[in-house]
Design a protein around this ligand. Structure first.
Ligand code: NAD
Length: 326
């Protein structure tokens, strides 16, 4: 019924507006030029890559010099690949690489920035302590974004003096390839901060989608129950590993099956995100399957440990079902 749809839409709009509290002084589309990326791991190097590729200067910050050097090599390698594919020219690559600075000093790395994107290890204690420091050492009008996959943005905002400048900016892996940025408004995020991040994501040639901060946001809230259900189907003997993945690939046009995807993400990461949703939403449907729990306890974590639903001894391109499931 159209009346009901309109009412629901109005309610939703009202809800979203109510979620934007705080009078942040940003104007929509404010000029971000200098970005700090914290954490030079898988995601941090990808985020730094797309930022320098699209004309921003980046200070990449990590505790470990080795991680920073590895990240720079990874960025150079990925940009070389883009040159071979005709996405970038060698001149654009050298210019981009010149706008990348590596540092292990947090304060030095963020002092001249209009935006910080935190992509450090997924651990609430590490992230909260980083946000407490960022609150003190960044310019007052600097936006503080987190790339967390599962930690509440509202809880990160709550440890700062000005929570209205905190937001979630959830990039997907591999960052230079994947188009989506899930923009997560904390309960306290100012509307102008959200609009600025939407615009910035477009400048990075990404497609932003704005969601509100509840456990799992949208991407993982929908993806993780699907992966968990695939694991339950295997656990209950409904079908084998290859059949489950082939059905979802060919039947739903997914680029890879849910069990293979779980191996790529890391089974420990899948379990931990399901637990965040189980605890945060209080619904038993999010409880991790006992088979997933056993695999994580046994150290079968997917690609990173060499075995999950598949065995990767022969490399990640060779899909060999783990002998546990034959
Ligand atoms: N890997 C993915 O597929 C993926 C996808 C989306 C989002 N994320 C999120 O991105 C974030 C980073 O994940 P990742 O996979 O890149 O992790 P990673 O383990 O590859 O890298 C984390 C880096 O953070 C550094 N670090 C830890 N504490 C730090 C501190 N206090 N200051 C500076 N650097 C610090 C570590 O030295 C490490 O180099 C996490 O929040 C994760 O949930 C990951």
């Amino acid at each position: 019924m159209p009346g009901n749809v309109a009412t629901l839409k109005e309610k939703n709009n009202k809800f979203i507006c109510n979620n934007h509290v705080g009078a942040f002084k940003y104007s929509i589309g404010m000029n971000i030029k200098q970005i700090a990326v914290i954490g030079a791991g898988t995601m941090g190097n990808g985020i730094a890559h797309v930022c320098i590729q699209h004309g921003f200067s980046v200070n990449l910050i990590d505790l470990s010099i080795e991680a920073l050097e590895k990240a720079q090599q990874q960025i150079e390698k990925n940009m070389d690949r883009q040159v071979k594919k005709g996405i970038l020219t060698s001149e654009q690559t050298s210019a981009a690489l010149q706008s990348l600075t590596l540092t292990t000093h947090l304060e030095e790395g963020v002092s001249n920035c209009q935006l910080v994107i935190e992509a450090a290890t997924e651990n609430p204690t590490i992230k909260k302590s980083l946000f407490i420091s960022l609150d003190k050492v960044t310019p007052a009008d600097c936006i503080l974004a987190s790339n967390t996959s599962s930690i509440s943005i509202t809880s990160l905002a709550a440890v700062t003096q000005n929570p209205s400048r905190v937001i979630g900016m959830h990039f997907m892996n591999p960052v230079p390839v994947m188009k989506l940025v899930e923009v997560i408004n904390a309960y306290q995020t100012a509307a102008a901060v959200s609009s600025t991040i939407v615009e910035l994501s477009r400048q990075l040639n990404k497609i932003p989608c704005v969601v509100n901060d509840y456990p799992g946001f949208i991407a993982n809230r929908i993806l993780m129950p699907m992966i968990n259900e695939a694991i339950y189907s295997l656990y209950e003997g409904v079908a084998g590993v290859e059949s489950i993945d082939t059905i979802m690939k060919l039947g739903m046009a997914h680029p890879m099956g849910p069990l293979q995807l779980a191996d790529f993400i890391g089974l420990d990461v899948c379990k931990s995100i399901l637990e965040v949703m189980y605890n945060g939403l209080g619904n038993p449907k999010y409880a991790p399957c006992p088979l997933l729990v056993n695999m994580v306890t046994a150290g079968h974590l997917g690609i990173k440990s060499g075995e999950g639903f598949y065995n990767y001894t022969a490399g990640t391109d060779q899909k060999v079902v783990s002998s546990r499931f034959l």
